[in-house]
Design a protein around this ligand. Structure first.
Ligand SMILES: Cc1ncc(COP(=O)(O)O)c(C=O)c1O
Length: 397
């Protein structure tokens, strides 16, 4: 057996799913804000596109994906970011972004080389570390903090760390904190990554999930200027996903967009693995990337829920960090202990994720995924507020 399997001890949030299963049996409504897998329906036109794509004969999909899907991704990138990419050399459809994130280091890490380190932010999505470990790299987490807006500033790192790294992950809007960055952040990160020969990978699966009327999160692709009609994508790659944008977590569709050499390397790697999405899924994905109205509608839905929860936390005097975009709300544990507060909340049938589940630097914070509907958010907040008023839970952090 690969010793990593035992060392990593399963996927960190799996324990919460087990816990939820036990709580469901215990009766009464359960307000589950733990797993970032929303329950809003996939738009009907996307489901229909999938059904229409089921053919009598079904053959192996190719690693390069279908041309209409690559073109649909490039079309969205042009509309959303004003960046013109070539669907045939800059775009690679993936089966969601998780597998793409996990597999990227397999093509980038030389396990016998001296630049094996992969940089990623702590707290963060656990797959940056896991992909790199299975690829034979070295883990080099960078502690993030509220004082610095949960930003991973590459230019603030010791040059020695950059010289030992082959890949750096950034993820904004950020899971778990919901922190956002501006375009200047990406420009500085790209300058630094290029100066040290580090590939800069940006996980932007939440880029279309942001408050209505607020600032629209930028993409690393926009830092590839000055001419966005002919961008210089050298040394950068972005992972996009339809999971959050279009309510398609179960479909498994995303895309890598970036440096043609990196895309070509993934095209060489991926037929070995066999991760290409079925073509009927690719047809549904193309329909989703071509449409922006449904993504705007989903934003409005999450906006309502975000407003309910933020207003409750404000009234309760609980300090919020990040929370500028994504469908996560990130708050400081009243009393300071995230695990203890998560357990106490659970006794009132509200499930939040303790920040330490996302890395050591997440200690003292908790994440709420805005999964229950608006009425569920209201009920959970009412219950939580009663617990604070009765003294069963601490309020002010
Ligand atoms: C930061 C981040 N990246 C990537 C993913 C993977 O998403 P998917 O594989 O559904 O595209 C997730 C899922 O929760 C995530 O939170």
């Amino acid at each position: 057996m690969n010793p990593l399997l035992e060392r990593l001890g399963g996927y960190p949030l799996a324990a919460y799913q087990d816990l939820k299963a036990r709580m469901v049996g215990a009766g009464g409504p359960l307000h589950d804000f733990s797993i970032g897998d929303p329950i809003e329906p996939t738009p009907a036109f996307i489901r229909q596109a999938l059904v229409d794509g089921v053919t009598e004969v079904s053959q192996y999909p190719t690693a390069a994906g279908t041309a209409p899907l690559r073109e649909a991704v490039a079309g969205w990138v042009a509309r959303r970011f004003g960046v013109i990419v070539d669907p045939d050399v800059h775009v690679l459809p993936t089966a969601g972004s998780k597998e793409a994130i996990f597999h990227l280091p397999l093509a980038l890490v030389d396990p016998g080389g001296d630049r094996r380190a992969v940089l990623w932010g702590d707290p963060g999505y656990p797959v940056y570390e896991r992909g790199q470990l299975f690829a034979g790299g070295d883990s080099d987490p960078v502690g993030l903090s509220d004082d610095n807006g949960w930003r991973l500033d590459l230019d603030a790192l010791d040059p020695g760390r950059l010289r030992g790294a082959c890949l750096a992950w950034v993820n904004y809007p950020h899971n778990p904190t919901g922190a956002s960055v501006d375009l200047d952040f990406y420009r500085r990160a790209l300058d630094t990554a290029r100066a040290y020969g580090v590939v800069l990978a940006s996980d932007e699966c939440y880029v279309d999930v942001h408050p209505v009327g607020g600032p629209t999160p930028p993409s690393l692709l926009q830092a590839a200027g000055p001419d966005l009609a002919a961008p210089d994508l050298t040394g950068l790659v972005v992972a996009f996903s339809l999971s959050k944008r279009s309510g398609m977590t179960g479909y498994r569709c995303g895309a890598l967009v970036g440096d043609p050499r990196l895309i070509a390397a993934q095209r060489l790697l991926r037929p070995n693995i066999g991760t290409a999405s079925p073509e009927f899924v690719q047809q549904a994905a193309a329909a989703a990337w071509r449409d922006d109205a449904h993504a705007a509608h989903r934003r409005a839905v999450f906006d309502d829920k975000r407003r309910i929860v933020l207003s409750f936390l404000d009234k309760a005097g609980i300090r919020v960090g990040g929370s500028q975009a994504t469908f996560y709300v990130w708050f400081a544990a009243p009393g300071g202990d995230d695990a203890a507060y998560a357990e106490a909340l659970l006794r009132h049938r509200v499930i939040a994720s303790p920040g330490r589940a996302f890395g050591a630097a997440g200690r003292g914070w908790l994440r709420l995924a805005l999964v229950p509907d608006a009425a569920g958010c209201e009920q959970a907040c009412a219950r939580w507020g009663e617990a604070i008023e009765s003294g069963a839970l601490p309020g002010h952090g």
